[in-house]
Write a protein that binds this ligand. Structure first.
Ligand code: BG6
Ligand code: MG
Length: 216
């Protein structure tokens, strides 16, 4: 059976994805660009800087390095304002019972997130101690779809990649999980989860039967 489950954070453990979207919409508006939900899907899972590069490309503007730095700081300051009030009430449905299930069955839990704010968020929602490894944007050189963040989590746990299941809500993360040699459970709307080995609308539907089916 699985030895570890590596969870993406934003949009899987807690719904910070909506706050990223709101903050990026304000930055995009400043560049004269109306950020749609469709383009926002491309930002999920990738780094802060790559997100801005995608927005600038879509807006058809080229930015000087000083302007890039200013916009990245503005975006993160706004995002931190939006998530300041995060609490355990913001843990997404099904997450706690699923973590309890993994604990009861001796399956390790880890975080694999591109975010540099991952530890802050985990502290706010009271889940830091629930994960045996936290691999995040402060510890990696390449962000999703590169597999580094998931490979680092597996290495820290000391568990072979094929015994790790990734849980993801975004295309970049699904690709990263696959490139790490792991199977991927998608969470969310099926149209955003192409390439996942299976998907659920939320983690309440993740159960022993599904985990067994996914395990080869
Ligand atoms: C990912 C999000 O988890 O983290 C992305 O899906 C985000 O939308 C990325 O850009 C980086 O986050 P942060 O908190 O370091 O700006
Ligand atoms: Mg995500």
């Amino acid at each position: 059976m699985w030895k570890a489950v590596i969870f993406d954070l934003d949009g899987v453990i807690t719904d910070t994805a909506g706050h990223h979207f709101a903050a990026w919409r304000e930055i995009a508006a400043g560049l004269g660009f109306d950020l749609s939900e469709e383009v926002n899907e491309l930002l999920k899972g990738v780094s802060r800087r790559e997100s801005l590069e995608i927005i600038a490309h879509q807006a058809g503007v080229s930015l000087e390095e000083t302007e890039i730095q200013r916009l990245l700081e503005t975006k993160n300051a706004r995002y931190l304002e939006l998530i300041a009030a995060l609490s355990p009430a913001d843990i997404l449905p099904g997450v706690l019972p699923f973590l309890d299930y993994l604990d009861r069955n001796g399956i390790a839990s880890a975080i694999g997130s591109s975010s540099k704010n991952a530890r802050f968020i985990l502290d706010r929602i009271g889940l830091t101690e629930r994960f045996q490894a936290i691999s995040d944007g402060t510890r990696i050189c390449e962000t999703k779809p590169h597999p580094e963040v998931f490979l680092l989590a597996a290495q820290e746990l000391g568990i072979a990649t094929k015994e790790c299941l990734v849980v993801e809500d975004a295309a970049a993360g699904i690709e990263a999980g696959r490139r790490a040699g792991m199977r991927v459970l998608g969470v969310g709307k099926p149209e955003h989860l192409a390439g996942a080995d299976a998907y659920v609308t939320n983690l309440s539907a993740a159960n022993a039967g599904l985990l067994r089916t996914l395990f080869i």
